[in-house]
Ligand binder design. Structure first.
Ligand code: FAD
Length: 108
């Protein structure tokens, strides 16, 4: 079976980085493709417990693909949901903190 922790770190890296570089003004094609990517996860993610949880939280809190900031925040909140469940610290979902972690790096 996959290493759920390694898989999780890699997947979060991919998702948060992709959100950090998503357009401020996405075209219809950007939105449709991002929605497909996110909606595929509860079906395909190779940790079935994780996939089931994600499917449940996505039902009550549907993805917001309307802008880079909205998507980054939505994803941060989904990740915080998992953090909370696993007893990990919550992340500050402001765009400044998200960009520092996933786009720009710390200011010097
Ligand atoms: P991770 O949680 O992997 O975080 C990686 C880095 O992201 C952190 O070091 C931090 O810099 C940054 N970060 C942390 N929180 C946020 C945030 N809210 N927003 C932006 N950046 C943040 N594991 C389970 O055991 N059970 C589950 O049900 C489960 N569900 C998952 C569902 C999904 C969709 C994914 C992608 C992973 C899931 N995982 C689950 C794995 C789990 O979330 C962690 O990836 C894993 O436990 C490793 O944790 P970590 O402490 O190394 O950091």
């Amino acid at each position: 079976p996959p290493d759920v922790e390694q898989l999780g770190r890699s997947t979060w890296t991919f998702l948060h980085t992709t959100a950090a570089y998503y357009p401020d003004k996405p075209t219809m094609a950007h939105r449709v493709n991002m929605l497909s990517l996110l909606r595929a996860l509860p079906v395909l993610y190779p940790c079935s417990v994780c996939a089931t949880h994600l499917g449940e939280t996505m039902k009550t809190h549907p993805p917001d693909v309307s802008s880079r900031a909205a998507l980054s925040r939505w994803l941060c909140e989904q990740h915080n949901e998992v953090n909370e469940r696993l007893g990990k610290e919550k992340f500050d979902c402001s765009i400044e903190k998200l960009d520092e972690r996933w786009k720009d790096g710390p200011a010097d």
